[in-house]
Design a protein around this ligand. Structure first.
Ligand code: ATP
Ligand code: MG
Length: 418
């Protein structure tokens, strides 16, 4: 029988690598909860229509969706991103605004797997609903920036653009269409026949032919209405005021259709360029209404966990912290002491481990060494008979001494205290 393996485009994470995930999520939670964002949980799958509404003409929805019919005949999709789910939840529950939420979870896209591009991948992100204020754009962008800094990343480039709104996007779109009609022969095979439904897609096409056409295309930032121009100036001015360096990226349109005004991306400069986007986001002032809710502005970002960890590797930051316990119980008197002592220690909030299956003292001490414990508690037949435990520091001069069984938890607490 052939060996079972994880599906193509997916992966397993074991310790010690998984400890970096814990650290990353912990740092993210600290940064965003420090700014008033609260955790939101939504299902991993939704009705297909949740995602179709937000980007019917995008690759993510047209080609990459994991959708299927369930046993009840419903059209279901594994989420390819989280914003649509969070918007769906917002519309369903109507929390008071401003509503600031953060999330962590996996997403699914049927992509060609390669380094930094998987079929199941993970994101951390935030969404903020109910304010059009450009200072919220600054807050959101700055929190992403702050998070990367907190992980120790230094080579992150912030790209910013404005996509305009319902006033200035349509005339710009017409301008772009006219330009693309004239350059039709220079587009890639896919886009030559198909760009009229969403001409902005061309700006996001990664093929060199389209790229060259996009470079000379009219720019939305040069055709903003007064409202959008003021918003953009306040946003970028805010970033300047916070000392966050940013670069104007006139072709940054992002992979989903719902963005208005501010869009941004964080590029990991230490990564290979095809997969160097470590996160991105933008404003989506029309999305809630488009999905059937009350007109509510929104803005957010999603950051790719795997790519962030790749960037950390490339920059040599965020090493996986060793998994350790405080105490290891070595018991070669039958195991009852190990059973009871570990339970007592854990109840007292002390991290404790032990060996099983009556291993030899030598093997148990080896496990104690590997565990990273600062103290070993040793119980042999003599200690068992005397009702004592030998407390033995694992490092330093290893001065060991017997302690009465009923005093050992208090003694260990005292020794471990900083
Ligand atoms: P890309 O241009 O690299 O395909 P995207 O624009 O499709 O990225 P978003 O949908 O904005 O990405 O998702 C936000 C972040 O999630 C990305 O910046 C990236 O870090 C990560 N990401 C997106 N798709 C994948 C994937 N297939 N595997 C791993 N990470 C991904
Ligand atoms: Mg993509």
């Amino acid at each position: 029988m052939s060996e079972l393996r994880h599906p193509i485009g997916t992966f397993d994470v074991l310790t010690p690598d998984s400890r970096r995930w814990e650290t990353l999520v912990g740092v993210f939670a600290r940064v965003v909860e420090g700014a008033g964002y609260g955790l939101v949980l939504t299902p991993t799958f939704e009705d297909l229509s949740v995602f179709q509404r937000v980007g019917a003409s995008t690759d993510i929805v047209r080609k990459e969706m994991y959708d299927f019919e369930d046993k009840g005949g419903r059209r279901i999709a594994l989420r390819p991103e989280m914003t649509a789910s969070v918007v769906r939840a917002y519309i369903q529950h109507r929390p008071t605004t401003p509503w600031k939420a953060w999330y962590v979870g996996s997403n699914f896209r049927y992509e060609s797997p390669q380094a930094g591009r998987y079929r199941e991948f993970h994101q951390v992100g935030i969404e903020a609903f109910g304010a059009v204020d450009a200072d919220l754009d600054v807050e959101v962008i700055a929190l992403g920036w702050e998070f990367y800094r907190a992980l120790g990343l230094r080579r992150i480039q912030l790209l910013v653009n404005s996509l305009g709104d319902a006033t200035c996007r349509p005339p710009y779109r017409a301008l772009l269409l006219e330009y693309l009609e004239g350059r039709r022969d220079d587009l890639c095979d896919e886009h030559r026949e198909r760009f009229a439904d969403n001409p902005l897609r061309i700006l996001d096409c990664k093929r060199p032919t389209c790229h060259a056409v996009a470079a000379e295309a009219p720019k939305q930032v040069e055709h903003l209405c007064d409202g959008c121009a003021t918003h953009f100036a306040r946003t970028t001015g805010g970033l300047d005021s916070l000392g966050i360096p940013w670069t104007l990226a006139t072709d940054l349109v992002r992979g989903l259709d719902y963005y208005t005004r501010t869009t941004f991306e964080y590029a990991g400069l230490a990564l290979q360029s095809a997969q160097n986007a470590v996160g991105g986001g933008g404003r989506y002032d029309g999305l809630v209404e488009e999905m059937g809710g009350p007109a509510t502005p929104g803005i957010g970002f999603a950051l790719g966990v795997e790519r962030i960890l790749m960037a950390c590797d490339a920059e040599g930051t965020l090493p996986s912290p060793p998994a350790t316990v405080d105490v290891f119980v070595v018991d070669f008197a039958g195991g009852s002491a190990a059973r009871d002592l570990t339970a007592q220690l854990r109840s007292a909030g002390i991290r404790a481990d032990r060996a099983f299956d009556g291993r030899s003292p030598k093997a148990q001490f080896k496990s104690a060494d590997r565990s990273g414990a600062r103290l070993a508690l040793v119980v042999g037949p003599d200690e068992e008979a005397a009702g004592t435990v030998v407390v033995r520091p694992m490092a330093g001069d290893r001065q060991q001494r017997p302690v009465e069984r009923h005093r050992v938890v208090a003694e260990v607490s005292r020794l471990l205290a900083p």
